[in-house]
Design a protein around this ligand. Structure first.
Ligand code: HEC
Length: 191
């Protein structure tokens, strides 16, 4: 047996997770590298035309958003209801089309990602989290902390500035493990 497979076998016998957190990777000037394989991560949700969006909608058209999280961070959340340092979440926007192939009603996703943003938990940031907006595959600078990303996520997101209220496999865990933010509990109680 090769050394690596022997180690993996030993780890799985010991019940140790073989998932490793990817963790953010920065350039020397503090830009975040686009996590190249985010599309292989754990899928959290698809929203359509969610009207909070700060991103301009394509003229008259509809847009989907898809949210993904690092699988190791997902596993940690399942066990604890919390995000660990190094967690990365990615949201992408894609065009919603209705006419195509055999489709007559409803919408399907089509074409390349029109926008790509990351939310990174890293103790190097003042609030513990940083937002990044990619305009290409090139590394992206951090969005300044005065931007609305931070205040909206802080004021309305269910768990630790992430919108777990819209992630159906995570919300029951956060409820059970009591990790909902005070802001969200107040907002929900007022509904
Ligand atoms: C007015 C409120 C609001 C503002 C402003 C906002 N967002 Fe969000 N964001 C949301 C909501 C709601 C979701 C959940 C999307 C879904 O359920 O599909 C979300 C989800 C996300 C996610 C997925 C991970 C997570 O934290 O839940 C990322 C990444 C993200 N937003 C980045 C940004 C960036 C970057 C900006 C600023 C350029 C921004 N957002 C501004 C409301 C907001």
């Amino acid at each position: 047996m090769h050394l690596l497979s022997a180690l993996l076998a030993a780890a799985s016998l010991a019940g140790i997770s073989t998932f490793a957190l990817a963790g953010p990777s920065y350039t020397a000037d503090g830009k975040l590298e686009l996590p190249a394989n985010y599309r292989d991560w754990t899928f959290l949700t698809a929203g359509i035309d969610m009207s909070y969006s700060a991103i301009a909608m394509s003229m008259g058209g509809s847009m989907f958003d898809n949210v993904f999280v690092d699988p190791a961070a997902y596993k940690h959340f399942q066990e604890t209801g919390q995000w660990q340092d190094g967690t990365m979440l990615v949201i992408e926007m894609r065009d919603a089309q209705s006419k195509g192939s055999i489709n007559k009603h409803g919408h399907f996703q089509s074409g390349p990602a029109m926008a790509l943003e990351a939310h990174v938990k890293d103790s190097r940031f003042k609030t513990g989290w940083g937002f990044f907006e990619f305009s290409s595959n090139d590394p992206a600078p951090m969005v300044p902390e005065k931007e609305a990303c931070y205040s909206c996520h802080q004021a309305h997101a269910a768990v630790d500035t992430t919108f777990v209220q819209f992630y159906p496999t995570l919300l029951p865990i956060a409820e059970k493990l009591d990790s909902l933010s005070p802001e969200f509990k107040r907002e929900r109680a007022a509904e």
